[in-house]
Write a protein of this length. Structure first.
Lengths: 333, 273
């Protein structure tokens, strides 16, 4: 465990967990102590994340965001919100009548630079429902010395749901990026995690052979890992570039979707596979059942739009079958 | 590696037994996605098979089962070194092995790695190794071959490490994974992490090559040429494995994984993965 992680103060748990809805504005100008009292809900998971990451002596975050969502009378809302540095959220939206709240993350800096470290902690309490997205693509710029990192922790209570549908991650030449996501969920909760990675494009129209994008997502139930998605994309170190058998196989974009839901069954998996079959002319993908109810989808393609469209179609299968909900419409504001 | 003939035999013969490609674990039934490439026409002869095999080794096997073998073996490095674990004497192979677990307390001979920590370490590795195999057939392959090797080991190559894992599997605390069982048989017989890991990698490559000989098919000599070419890559793979840590466990490249998922729905199949 890293001693300098922002919140390890268990005494603070004596304070009320329900913090101020207006914290997003005030906390951005507040230092250490105020932050400590505001981050109670996520303290346990954050400590875990800090210990599982390659630690540095002194934790400094380029941007931090915490979001705690609670359901009240069928409607979800943030009861804990904190941000500092180059991360914040826009005002929430309700995209349909389901009570699911939608938050949009914003990185005002516009890009991840060398050495940047970001921290996101999301807690969705029992029966609460959050759709989390981003305002725009995450750009990973050159990291001549080190790398940029995002550490995300998610805690899902009984019957809770998180749909995390960020815009694509764009990795430029000579960039290195690591993302650690740790999810601790109740077996009755629903998790939908999407990710699209694309190379930046050179002025001559060639995809940049970025150095390294590593995305590690570990999902635990009752503390035990049930799904581990640990993908490594390193075109610059590969003599075949994007051409290699087993890696990019001639494609430039990679998409992933991880779904865990107690109702996920063979029929849902078959529906998702049918989506892949329909798109086999331009996408190369596979889907498989997890060890717990749920499935993983992985796809290679040549355009963000085509992969996004597939992922949203697969998410729509989950929404329709398990939530009676329409496909998500992420018109950006 | 120098040492007396008895030490060699104590470690080498058990290793030869579990590396035998005729060992009835069911390895003959698994291609880990190679059959998908066969159907696509990407793999069609010795050269294209070797290309796939090298990629499979470097982009998946190193990070999944290969790393798991090393991490399992190192859990016991403390007890093996002071002779507390295995029935066989700590061998010359073990003495030559420099890679001790960084968690080893240097001066705690009696309980270098406490029993409860070893159990916790096995449970953690077993769960992660099971969870990281997102393609269901790959997950199932690790499990069925693991259970079978556990049975064979219990019958024919018993030892305290294996017994410990067998108990955890019987309790339902562990799934029973081939890489972990293989490592434990090595540990119980004084085989150091470097040797047991490379033996595991090479025996996996051997099984896959024999499946290619039958499945593609390619000639027997072509298969042996491939293995000859892969041997130095196994040593290089070990070099890489020795620099990895727990967060690297299960790292994979997308194409390999997609092919392994795709295999589930492939129409005509000779193999189970």
């Amino acid at each position: 465990m890293n001693p300098a992680a922002p919140v390890t103060d268990t005494h603070a748990s004596a304070a009320p967990t329900a913090t101020r809805d207006d914290a997003s504005e005030s906390a951005s100008t507040t230092a250490g102590t105020a932050a400590t009292t505001l981050t109670v809900a996520a303290s346990a998971t954050m400590a875990t994340a800090a210990s599982s990451s390659p630690g540095t002596a002194r934790e400094t975050w380029r941007g931090e965001l915490e979001l705690g969502i609670t359901a009240r009378e069928g409607r979800s809302a943030a009861t804990h919100q904190f941000h500092r540095g180059a991360l914040r959220v826009l005002r929430p939206h309700y995209l349909d009548a389901s009570g699911q709240v939608t938050y949009t993350m914003v990185n005002p800096g516009g890009a991840f630079l060398d050495g940047d470290r970001y921290r996101v902690a999301v807690t969705v309490e029992d029966h609460a429902d959050l759709l989390l997205t981003t305002q725009s693509a995450t750009k990973i710029y050159r990291t001549p010395v080190g790398r940029s990192t995002q550490e995300m922790t998610v805690r899902l209570g009984a019957g809770a749901r998180l749909e995390y549908l960020p815009d694509q991650l764009i990795a430029y030449r000579d960039s290195r990026y690591r993302q650690h996501t740790l999810v601790d969920m109740d077996p009755s909760a629903t998790l939908v995690l999407a990710e699209v990675v694309t190379p930046g494009w050179s002025p001559t129209g060639e995809p940049f052979r970025y150095d390294s994008v590593r995305l590690r997502t570990e999902v635990r139930m009752s503390g035990r890992p049930v799904a581990l998605d640990n993908i490594r994309l390193e075109p610059s170190g590969d003599e075949t570039g994007f051409g290699g058998v087993g890696s990019f196989e001639g494609f430039s974009h990679v998409g992933s979707l991880l779904v865990l839901d107690p109702r996920a069954d063979d029929a849902a998996l078959a529906a998702v596979r049918a989506l892949l079959t329909e798109r086999a002319g331009y996408l190369r993908g596979g889907a498989s059942a997890l060890a717990v109810p749920g499935f993983a989808l992985r796809v290679l393609g040549d355009s963000t739009q085509e992969i996004d469209e597939l992922i949203l179609a697969a998410v729509a299968v989950v929404r329709k079958r398990f939530f009676g909900q329409e496909p998500v419409n992420l018109r950006k504001y | 590696m120098t040492g007396d003939a008895q030490d060699w035999a104590g470690s080498l013969l058990p290793l030869l037994q579990i590396c035998d490609s005729a060992l009835p674990t069911g390895a003959f039934a698994h291609t880990f996605g190679m059959e998908t490439y066969l159907e696509r026409g990407t793999v069609s002869d010795q050269a294209s098979f070797q290309d796939w095999l090298e990629r499979f080794l470097d982009h998946q096997l190193v990070y999944a089962d290969g790393l798991a073998v090393r991490l399992t073996a190192e859990l016991f490095a403390g007890t093996t070194a002071n002779g507390a674990s295995a029935g066989t004497a700590p061998s010359a192979l073990a003495a030559a092995d420099g890679a001790a677990s960084p968690a080893d307390p240097p001066a705690a001979p009696a309980d270098a790695t406490p029993d409860s920590d070893i159990d916790a370490g096995l449970v953690q590795l077993d769960a992660l190794l099971f969870a990281q195999a997102l393609p269901a057939q790959v997950r199932q392959a690790g499990l069925t071959m693991g259970r079978r090797l556990l049975e064979i080991g219990t019958l024919s190559l018993p030892g305290p490490g294996l017994e410990r894992y067998a108990r955890l599997v019987a309790e339902g605390t562990c799934h029973g994974h081939q890489a972990i069982v293989f490592a434990l048989i090595g540990v119980d017989h004084g085989v150091p992490p470097a040797a047991v890991t490379q033996a595991f990698l090479f025996s996996t490559l051997t099984s896959l090559t024999q499946n290619a000989v039958r499945g593609i098919p390619i000639g027997q000599n072509a298969g042996q040429r491939t293995l000859g070419a892969l041997r130095p890559r196994v040593a290089a793979a070990w070099e890489r494995i020795s620099t990895l840590d727990m967060s690297d466990l299960g790292v994979v490249s997308p194409g390999l994984e997609i092919a392994q998922m795709h295999h589930e729905t492939q129409r005509a199949r000779m193999f189970m993965s």
